[in-house]
Design a binder for this molecule. Structure first.
Ligand code: SAM
Ligand code: SF4
Ligand code: F3S
Length: 442
């Protein structure tokens, strides 16, 4: 019998990386990947617990799968990821259709657990925290991702315990992978066609393996000629140390977009969130980086309507947004998460939170529209990632991670090309590749 797995992924880029690696593992016991849920005999849902209704979303999704298979043999149903870690026992009790829950640090056990399940037909809960064992196992299995822009997890977990955040509970303590392992995986990805490496971690700039920090890793990856671009997500302001800031003086491959979540513009709220830095310290990092390279732009995450956020705290956030001119940013209403310190605090009026979110998003979106408009008729560098399935256009990204759709050729995939921007909207730039002869004339 052909074994086919259908994988659905919610959540952050680390979950996307994990889903790919889970497939690399289950391939060893004969699974093929399918995009057609109907023909799957294993359904794996990789979940995210970061905000509201995460759990309900999982049950809803499993209900949908049950419907698809109502008149057929039930597939093996596995719930992986952060909800699985947090809600393990409850899930198995509440939803009998789920056969196995597996937490993010236990994926190395998945093959023999699948075999154990098939053998004994007994529900399984695998939620130990051992990132060490996981990566030890994973280093023996080649990463098969063949994307031009490829994710690479270098660090997992978090020890910071921001009062709103569930990650330290779902991903466990901070763990950094050995540098040599990361370089080896980069070389594998490059062989598969990667030209941009996106280093990932819940706290990526806290990376520390022996005496090596993120700055050392960037320098090491930069030496691989086939890597054209390097990015890293997501950073914490407290770990934005001078060695990392100074890498922007020397690096030719590190992109000028710095994603540095600030969450709020108010010192009072930052303190309540346990972020352990002030707005002045954040602005100092911004100024240092701008002095090194004025082309650098910041993007951020914002939490709106945090408990005790008064109008003046909210105005501080708006002022910061105007001052820094953030690009490509995300904003969310505070969502109380089970087990976190902030879940015990009184919520502010939902209508006020919604109103504030709307104002923040309008400000962020307007800035993004202005920035994209300012690029019209300009020529920018784009790394070509793939050809669109629906049209003859190609897809790539600017140095600032903005999506670009343009006319080009098949052989441009994996190359950095010059694209003249003709049009734009809030999220996308549209243009056409400029050929060398035309560039000379211009
Ligand atoms: N490690 C990153 C940092 O310290 O900034 C954040 C990683 S978290 C996976 C991604 C984003 O989700 C956060 O920056 C925050 O804006 C948002 N987030 C996390 N917990 C949240 C909550 N309880 N309610 C609303 N947004 C939340
Ligand atoms: Fe969550 Fe980031 Fe805070 Fe860690 S540093 S607890 S991942 S928000
Ligand atoms: Fe979600 Fe877990 Fe990532 S909670 S944001 S999938 S680390």
């Amino acid at each position: 019998m052909n074994k086919k797995i259908f994988i659905k992924t919610f959540g952050c880029q680390m979950n996307e990386y994990d889903s790919n690696r889970i497939f690399d593992i289950v391939k060893k016991i004969g699974f093929l990947k399918t995009k057609n849920i109907d023909e799957a005999n294993c359904y794996l849902l990789n979940t995210c617990h970061i905000r509201d209704k995460a759990k309900e979303k999982v049950y809803h999704e499993i209900g949908r799968v049950r419907q698809v298979f109502s008149s057929k043999k039930k597939p093996l149903v596995i719930v992986a990821g952060c909800v699985a870690q947090a809600e393990n026992e409850e899930m198995l009790k509440r939803e009998p259709y789920i056969d196995m829950v597996i937490g993010p640090q236990a994926y190395h056990e998945i093959n023999y657990k699948i075999e154990e399940f098939l053998d004994k037909q007994r529900k399984l809960d695998i939620t130990d925290f051992d990132a060490n064992l996981k990566f030890d196992y994973l280093k023996k299995i080649k990463n098969s991702s063949s994307n031009v822009s490829s994710f690479l997890t270098i660090q997992e977990g978090c020890d910071k315990f921001c009062h709103f955040c569930v990650v330290p509970f779902t991903r466990g303590p901070e763990y950094s992978r050995p540098l040599i392992e990361i370089i080896d995986e980069t070389k594998t990805l490059v062989k598969n066609g990667a030209r941009e490496i996106i280093l990932l971690g819940q706290n990526v700039n806290a990376y520390k393996y022996k005496d090596y920090k993120l700055s050392d890793l960037i320098i090491a990856i930069e030496k691989i000629p086939e890597v054209y671009r390097i990015r890293y997500y997501t950073s914490h302001p407290r770990d934005m140390t001078d060695d990392l800031i100074n890498i922007y003086r020397v690096s030719k491959k590190l992109m000028p977009q710095v994603h540095l979540p600030v969450q709020s513009g108010s010192n009072k709220i930052l303190k309540l969130m346990n972020r352990k830095h002030t707005i002045n310290e954040y602005i100092e990092i911004y100024n240092k980086l701008k002095n090194i390279n004025p082309k650098i732009k910041f993007s951020s995450d914002f939490i709106i309507g945090y408990p005790e956020e008064q109008e003046d705290d909210f105005q501080d956030t708006l002022n910061l947004i105007k001052k820094i001119d953030f690009i490509n940013s995300f904003s969310f209403i505070f969502s109380p998460r089970p087990g976190t310190a902030a879940s015990k605090l009184n919520l502010i009026d939902r209508k006020i939170s919604l109103k504030r979110l709307e104002i923040v998003q309008r400000e962020l979106f307007n800035h993004q529209i202005r920035m994209n408009k300012s690029l019209e008729n300009m020529v920018i560098d784009v790394l070509v990632e793939n050809k669109s399935k629906e049209s003859s256009k190609f897809f790539g990204r600017s140095e600032y991670m903005t999506s670009v759709i343009f006319d080009a050729n098949e052989e441009d995939i994996g190359k950095i090309v010059k694209v003249k921007i003709k049009n734009s909207n809030r999220s996308t730039l549209f243009g056409e590749k400029i050929y060398k002869s035309k560039l000379k004339v211009a």
